[in-house]
Design a protein around this ligand. Structure first.
Ligand code: MV4
Length: 500
């Protein structure tokens, strides 16, 4: 087993990986940029090294500096977290060349999945179902016109090098094809330096459902059920749940077996996610594979009882999976809210700044911390778990009512709204859900002042009446807490948030 792991990331995922290292008796080394000197991952690490200025290109994407820290600290492995270098095949190769184990798939497996058209060609051979369309770029407008007519409108133009919706265009009718193709091409060229664009049948209001897979380095690959990720805004996931409300045991097995075939076709090792689009008839189509641990991985951990980061580390250290597909069972239901530093009342405008007040039912940030503008706005993840979906929703609703972040804006109110939405409650979810909800007037608008006052009142109860529940939640949260200075916190709260 590794003795020391370097975590090449920041924020909540760095803390999550760090905790797994400590649970396994492994020392954790972290790196940080200039604006992250006071971040939680730095505070909790065994060793922390500065790697550069705030821009990610100078710090968290700075391969030479990160590898230099690996060497200086004597780390024997690197965990990339998600984002940053996690899906960078060149970085994985550079780690291998430097004799440091990259905790993730090989550079070759990442490259196999990097190009959509290449991945489609490989999956075609393996008999994996994917959206009808071409598996190579359209050479000319005339060719695209022919293909689109064969497939039938609406069609989707996609960048072969793409992901996350960049270089993607929905084309409803033949007369839109020319301008859409040009737009998709130039966007793909600008974003990826590769203008290859291919054509798929457009699935109308699809669901986005993904399957977690785990593969060891001895040929064993298993699936760990699915996550429903249909609630997105501008290709940014907002709320995810597991299991998917529309997937039954038979569909889970069929999707899982396809996901395992995808992974095996790519010689995939470690943790990965196979994404599917699911149409209104519940037919599923392979979309792409994410060659990293994902933000929403704790949902799978809750419903399977497994720790995915522990398993990633064990796999990377060469261990065999200690269980088989038949040992995996799905228990309960989990829902995740991504708490972002952005303002849902103001077009989701980014909201960096100092966290002046924090009442939280879980951990990820602390009072007095300044959220930098330089990175992704994800502050924390709030996950409700219960025996079934109803209970998971009830727990999340309760936790959201206790949640308050002062000094900056967050999207917490958006989740209160989603969770009381009738369509959400009935699990009528698809990728158009959020946009539709946001176009309707808010059925129960909450005055932000009233909301702040309610939060302050909740905070007073939490701080003054020290019940067992509050104490344990505070312990789990790891924030600075309010016990002992309830009065000054209350004063801060009222001064800053509402009563002035
Ligand atoms: C699609 C599609 C409909 N038909 N492909 C968006 C991101 C990219 N990874 C795939 N995406 C889509 N591909 C076909 N053939 C609709 C989407 C899509 C979407 C997918 C998942 C989650 C949210 C989405 C929002 C809009 C469009």
């Amino acid at each position: 087993m590794f003795k020391k792991i370097l975590i090449a990331n920041r924020g909540e995922i760095a803390v999550r990986v760090l905790r797994a290292c400590h649970e396994m008796g492994i020392a954790a080394v972290v790196v940080y940029s200039d604006v992250d000197r006071a971040a939680l991952h730095v505070r909790k690490a065994d060793e922390a090294y500065p790697i550069g200025a705030a821009p990610a290109s100078e710090s968290y994407l700075n391969t030479p500096n990160i590898l230099d820290v690996a060497k200086r600290s004597g780390a024997d492995a690197i965990h990339p977290g998600y984002g940053f270098l996690s899906e960078n095949a060149k970085f994985a190769q550079a780690c291998a060349d430097a004799g440091v184990k990259f905790i993730g798939p090989t550079a070759a497996a990442m490259e196999a999945m990097g190009s959509k058209t290449r991945a489609r060609q490989a999956m075609e051979k393996a008999g994996v179902p994917f959206v009808p369309g071409t598996s190579r770029g359209a050479e000319s407008f005339e060719e695209a016109e022919k293909i689109a007519a064969q497939i039938g409108y609406p069609v989707m133009l996609k960048a072969a090098a793409g992901g996350g919706g960049k270089g993607m265009r929905l084309v409803q009718a033949p007369e839109e094809l020319k301008s859409s193709l040009e737009a998709a091409r130039s966007e793909a060229e600008r974003s990826f330096g590769d203008g290859e664009v291919y054509i798929e049948k457009a699935i109308v209001n699809p669901r986005h459902i993904e399957v977690q897979v785990l593969a060891d380095e001895h040929g064993n690959t298993i699936y760990l059920g699915e996550r429903e990720c249909s609630l997105q805004r501008r290709h940014q996931k907002v709320l995810e749940e597991a299991p998917s409300p529309i997937v039954d045991a038979g569909m889970r097995r069929r999707m899982g077996e396809v996901a395992v075939r995808v992974a095996q076709t790519a010689n995939y090792t470690n943790a990965g996610t196979v994404e599917f689009l699911v149409d209104q008839e519940k037919k599923f189509y392979f979309l792409e594979m994410n060659t990293r641990l994902q933000v929403e991985h704790p949902l799978t951990e809750l419903i399977t009882g497994l720790d995915l980061v522990h398993l990633q580390i064990r796999i990377a250290a060469g261990e065999k999976l200690a269980f088989k597909q038949g040992d995996i069972s799905i228990r309960g239901h989990a829902i995740e809210c991504r708490i972002y530093a952005e303002d849902p009342e103001n077009n989701f405008f980014p909201s960096p700044g100092k966290i002046a007040l924090l009442q939280e039912p879980s951990g990820g940030m602390y009072e007095g911390w300044t959220v930098p503008i330089d990175y992704d706005p994800l502050l924390a993840k709030l996950i409700g778990y219960g025996a079934d979906r109803e209970l998971a929703i009830a727990r999340l609703t309760r936790a959201l009512s206790e949640y308050f972040v002062g000094g900056i804006k967050t999207n917490i109110s958006l989740f209160r709204r989603i969770l009381r939405d009738a369509d959400f409650r009935a699990a009528r979810l698809d990728t158009g859900f959020l946009d539709r909800m946001l176009q309707r007037p808010d059925g129960k608008p909450i005055d932000s002042r009233a909301e702040a006052v309610a939060a302050i009142a909740a905070g007073m109860f939490a701080a003054l009446g020290s019940t067992a529940a509050t104490a344990s939640e505070r312990a789990a949260g790891g924030g600075s807490g309010t016990t002992g200075n309830a009065e000054s916190n209350w004063k801060n709260a009222s001064r800053r948030e509402a009563l002035h």
